[in-house]
Structure formats: C-alpha cells, structure tokens
Ligand binder design. Structure first.
Ligand code: FAD
Length: 651
C-alpha cells in the first residue's frame, strides 16, 4: 500500500540524469557545516576564489546547523584563567595521548577569535538583554555567560541557533560560490592515480540528479565523520544517530579511496543518545552537557549526591561548578571526556547498581525546581533552547504540553541517567574518534588536500570546527595562490559518472538503501562489536567484501533522493571496511580506545602507546605508525606555521 502510494508520487524537480556541469575554482570546500563555512570565509577574506559544496542547505546544515549551547575552549577570552597550552595538554592527557594535539591547540588558541567574528556577523554571544544580571556565571563587564567551571571561565554559554544563519550570510557577503544540495561523491587526483595531488571533486545534485565536476587548486574536506556503521533504524532513519543522518562519512570514504591517511579508526564506543530505543537528546532527566549540573532525585525525592574526583560529597550546588580541592580546573561538556581526570564524578557516572545498593529507588528524576533560579533558567530556557536539535523537539514541545521547570521533575530512563541502554555491540564513532591525520597546516598526506572539523581525527565541538575550518581555509588559500593549474583526468571523471548512474539503471526489485544499511550494521555488530578477535574481524571484512561484490550491484534508485541515499550506503560500506582494517592493525587492547582484542588481552602495553595509521597505496592497505606526540611542541610549531595570523593577517 505504502509502496504503491510512493510510486504514484511525482518527483517535484526536473531530472537531469547524465547531464554534466563543470566548475573551476581556486579552493574547493566540501561540506558547508560549521568547519566548511568558516573555511570558505577564510579563503574569501584572502581574496581567493572559493566554491562551497553542501549536500543540504548551508544556512542550517550539519550538526551545528540547528544550534549549540556552549562554546568550549575559549581559553583566550579576557575572563579565562587558563592558557591554551594548559587546556590542550589537559585534553591530551585526559585521553592518554590519543588526541589531536594540533587541532585542539588551534581550537584553544583561535576559538575565541572566531566567537568574536561571529558576533560581528550577527551571532549572539553575550547576555545583551541582561536576562542573567547578577548570576554567578555571568561576567558583568563583558556580559559573557560561562558554563561548567565558573572559576576558570573558558567555556561560554552561547545562543548557537543564531550562528549558522550568520555564517551563511557572511559567506554570501564575501562572494563565496555556494552549491547547495550537491553531494560530493569522489576526489579527483592528478592523472587519476591514488595518492597523487588532489585536483578537485565530483558531485551529484540531490534534486535533479545532475553530475558536476569541480576543478580546484586546493580542496578542504569538511564533511564530518562516519555514522550509521553499527546503528541504523530503517523505520526512523532521521534519529538513527546523534548527528544528522546525512553526515555519515562521505568524506572519509572518498578520502580513503584517494589514498588519504587515517588514524584511530579502531576506536569506537558503546552507543549514546541515538536510535529508536533512545529518547531525544537532552529530552530526559540527566546531568550531561546541557543539563550540567542539575540535581537528581530518586523516586522518593531523595537527592543523589555529587561527588568530586577524590570521592568527597559536595555540600552545595555551587561546588559543582568549581574545581575540586587541589585541582586547578576541570573539563566538562561535549561528552568527550571519558576518563574524567579533571572532572567531578556526578551521579550520571556512578553505576545505577551502586546507587540501588545505597538505598536509592528507581526511577530517577532531574530536579529543576530545586535548582537556584538562574541555574534553572540557564538549563531550561537558554541551553535547552539553543542546543542542537532541542529548541523545537524539547523546549517548545514540552512547554506546549505543560512542562513547567519551576514545578515539574523530568524522568531519567535507560539504566540510570542516559536516554536508553545500548548493547556492547551497538557502537558509534563518538567523543574523539578516529579520522584524517593532519599536519601543522591541517593538510592531509596528499598534496593540495586539507581537512577540518569533525573529519579530523580526535575532533569534536563547534569551537574546534570553527577554528580548524578557518585555519585550514587560510593555509589552503596560501597553497592555492602558489600552486600550478590543476589538470583533471577525464577517464577518472567518466568512470565516476558511470559508477553513479549505474544505480539508476537497476530494477527496483533489487536492494533499497535502507536494507543495505541494515546489512552493514548487522555485520559490524556481529564481527566488530565490543570484544574483537582477528578471526571475527576477518570474517566481518569478508562479508563486507562479499556485499561490495554482489549486493552493491543490486542497489537501485528511482529518483535523485534515492540515488544520494544509495551512494551514502556505499560510502558507509567503505568506512566499515576501513574501520575493520584499523582494528586488525592494532595488536593490543586499550582502555582509552575502548578497544578489547581477545587475541591480545593485555591492556595498554607500553609498546602500543602510539598512533596506528592506515591508508590505501595502489589499492592495498598500508599500515603505519606515529609516536603519540608526533606533533611536537605546540607553541613553537604554531608560531612557525602562523606568522601572518599572529601579526594580525586576515582578520
Ligand atoms: C545534537 C548536537 C548538539 C551539539 N551541541 C554542541 C555544543 O553545544 N557545543 C559544541 O561545541 N558542539 C556541539 N555539538 C557538536 C558540533 O555540532 C560538531 O562538532 C560540529 O558541528 C562539527 O562541525 P563540522 O563542520 O565538522 O560538521 P557539521 O557541522 O556536521 O558539517 C558537516 C557538513 O558536511 C555536509 N556533508 C556531508 N557529506 C557531504 C557530501 N558528500 N557532500 C557535501 N556536503 C556534505 C553536511 O550536510 C554538513 O552540512 C553538537 C552536536 C550535535 C549533533
């Protein structure tokens, strides 16, 4: 019945299968989310021609498109009590070294600059209406509102729903050529060979199906990270994962095929805030991120205490916003802090069994009414109102249904605090997962190719995406200005065009994209779940290769929308294979990487405390390694690579 109805629907746009459009530019930015928009701004400010290619609509696309409630790592803001060096080193230490020292230093060093830029573009970053006058987290002079660590003041509460439209307007003002509704499908390489200079990309229009070739001197990858590898809900695809469903890792797949080097792709964690069994993020009682540091009570109204890193029970609510005794500062927010070295152990971290043994009774509730007025208003109102995906689904919907934060408690679900409990095999690349390996120019291993935002390894957050996007933009622009004219290999273009349109030639009794995605997630859950072994991983790889050889040829698309979705699931398959190759390459278990290898059960043996890298060379997987601190001195390298910026160039 549903299918018949669907078949009768007419496609609302003119379909232009096989038609080709060619565009030439200096810098090509792929992905118009937070990082991509900032990259385009930086290139345009240098007076260099730039094209921005976005699968959705740049004005609201990407994980940051619907908003964000906090801006992390603004270490250089005038109220901050910590330095970019201190903050970056803490982030690195918090992950036992498995972190991106370069990109997080850029975040800590330049994130605040981008925030000030945003304000000039029309984004709201201060409490200009004095709604929070007198609040403990407000600085009266700057009218900044801080989150988490009120003493050290390096994370700001922001009005993130204003950011993406402001950035879009700025791109337009600066003359960035924006190509919305275009999915980038492949990278073009010199002479069509893997591992050579990148000379552009191909794309397909998600409304018309038209094929596009972009020729460029430099290209920046800003397409975020893989999702839907272990988790996919065919009934509710839009909430399959925490991040938007179309940000599923096209950039990783096309980079992999072109010969880009990746690291930490073996790191995955158990699912969070995703899928059909989960309640919407930030829509249940918790203490995480947006809801930091709400009080929680049990079914009898008994408060569950907050405990600091040393096990001391905190006596007042405001202690939750201050470092523990003897601790200079603590990290909080973004969910990337897995080991809480610097963090209070709030009740959301204590296992529910321990709480039950102590006499607490399920269910638990977030107790907004008992919070001080401004703290309550900062959570329910400001932060729930500005966070990604929560303004309408949570704040507006719950308010309309009668939820009153001054009177009502909000229930917690799952096994305690999260929105659902996940199986060990239901995994995600989350927190600070693997991604593209970068140097101090945010360049990849390939000439002419740069990367920024969540596509970089161990990356996360809006401030990080903004700072690295802008940084990659200015370095790519410099390269474009001094590089030779690129030459596109037309054989490579032709074979990509054939690959794309072969999908529309399949009959619709083949395999649909949702089914295909489900197959992949089932293979990954069974063979690349929490406990891994060489045998399991090799079986998984073989099944994925079988799928690629047989089932992939049966994928069909009846319109440009389905064509895009089909190309996506092929990319998910590529990413799944890359993940298994990375898992096979690490012959040791690691607590910090959430990596349990039953053939190598010893946790974190010192000889494996390093980055394992993977890439394709002549279509064969090449494994490499790098020291855990391969990026060298943060301050010296930053200074050497950014003389012009330090002197005040492109502002
Ligand atoms: C619900 C939610 C709340 C969050 N809250 C916060 C917060 O409060 N503070 C914070 O710091 N961080 C927050 N984050 C994280 C933050 O949003 C991301 O880290 C940030 O947006 C990453 O920026 P990005 O540009 O790398 O990726 P994105 O902003 O996701 O942009 C990627 C873009 O690439 C496009 N794209 C993908 N594939 C293709 C393709 N093939 N061709 C063309 N375009 C493509 C996508 O459409 C998208 O626009 C939140 C994330 C979520 C999901």
């Amino acid at each position: 019945m549903g299918q018949q109805f669907y078949n009768k629907l007419e496609w609302p746009y003119p379909v232009k299968w096989h038609l080709k459009n060619e565009i030439s530019t200096d810098v090509l930015v792929l992905g118009g989310g937070i990082a991509g928009s900032w990259a385009a701004v930086a290139v345009a400010k240098k007076g260099v021609k730039v094209a921005l290619v976005e699968k959705g609509a740049t004005i609201r696309s990407g994980a940051g498109g619907s908003g964000c409630d906090h801006w992390e790592s603004a270490a250089t803001n005038p109220c901050s009590h910590i330095t970019p060096e201190e903050l970056t080193l803490a982030m690195i230490k918090d992950h036992d070294g498995y972190n991106n020292g370069i990109s997080h230093y850029i975040e800590c060093k330049e994130g605040y600059d981008r925030l000030l830029d945003l304000e000039k573009m029309g984004g709201k970053i201060r409490d200009t209406e004095d709604e929070f006058k007198g609040a403990k987290f407000r600085d009266e002079k700057t009218k900044f509102l801080f989150a988490y660590d009120y003493e050290n003041k390096f994370t700001l509460r922001v009005w993130g729903t204003t950011f993406k439209p402001a950035l879009y307007k700025e791109c337009k003002r600066l003359g960035v050529d924006i190509y919305d509704r275009i999915m980038a499908t492949s990278l073009l390489t010199e002479a069509g060979k893997q591992g050579t200079r990148i000379v552009g990309a191909t794309g397909v229009n998600g409304r018309t199906g038209q094929f596009i070739v972009f020729k460029a001197k430099a290209t920046i990858l800003c397409m975020s990270r893989p999702t839907r590898v272990w988790l996919f809900s065919p009934g509710l695809p839009g909430i399959s994962e925490f991040r938007p469903p179309q940000c599923m890792g096209d950039g990783h797949a096309m980079g992999w095929k072109a010969g880009v080097e990746f690291t930490l792709m073996e790191r995955s964690i158990r699912g969070q805030w995703s899928g059909e069994r989960s309640y919407p993020p930030y829509g249940t009682g918790n203490t995480h991120n947006t809801w930091y540091a709400c009080s929680l009570v049990d079914a009898n109204g008994k408060e569950i205490p907050w405990i600091d890193r040393d096990g001391n029970i905190l006596k007042s609510i405001f202690q939750r916003y201050r470092p523990a005794s003897g601790q200079k500062f603590f990290l909080k927010g973004g969910g990337e802090s897995d080991f809480h070295l610097y963090e209070y152990q709030g009740p959301d971290i204590l296992p529910v069994e321990i709480l039950l043994k102590k006499g607490f009774k399920l269910p638990f509730y977030a107790d907004l009414p008992s919070m001080p007025k401004y703290e309550r208003k900062a959570i329910w109102g400001l932060m729930v109102g500005q966070e990604g995906k929560s303004k309408i689904p949570i704040l507006q919907t719950y308010t309309k249904a009668g939820f009153d934060p001054e009177k009502h408690l909000l229930q917690s679900y799952g096994e305690g605090w999260t929105s659902a409990s996940f199986l060990p095999r239901e995994r995600q690349l989350f927190g600070v997962p693997g991604g593209i390996l970068n140097d101090w120019d945010l360049k990849t291993n390939l000439v002419g190719l740069y990367a920024a935002g969540d596509q970089l390894f161990a990356s996360d957050c809006v401030g990080h995406a903004a700072a690295t996007g802008y940084y990659a933009g200015r370095h790519a622009a410099d390269y474009a200005m001094r590089s030779s004219e690129p030459r596109v290999d037309f054989q490579q273009v032709k074979s990509e065009k054939n690959r794309i349109y072969s999908i529309i030639n399949q009959s619709d009794d083949g395999i649909g994209w949702k089914e295909f995605n489900m197959y992949i997630t089932r293979i990954m859950q069974n063979y690349c779940g929490e406990i891994k072994s060489d045998e399991l991983l090799k079986l998984g790889l073989k099944l994925l290769e079988d799928m690629e050889r047989d089932e992939a040829l049966k994928l069909y698309a009846r319109n440009p929308h389905e064509l895009i979705r089909s190309l996506e699931v092929l990319n998910i398959l590529t990413n799944a294979k890359m993940i298994i190759h990375s898992c096979l390459a690490r012959k040791a278990s690691s607590k910090h990487l959430h990596f349990i290898q039953s053939d190598y059960p010893e946790m974190d043996p010192p000889e494996w405390h390093k980055f394992i890298t993977v890439k394709l060379e002549n279509n064969k997987v090449k494994i490499g390694e790098l020291p855990i601190d391969y990026y060298g001195s943060l301050t010296e390298n930053y200074a050497t690579h950014n003389e012009e910026y330090i002197k005040g160039g492109i502002n």
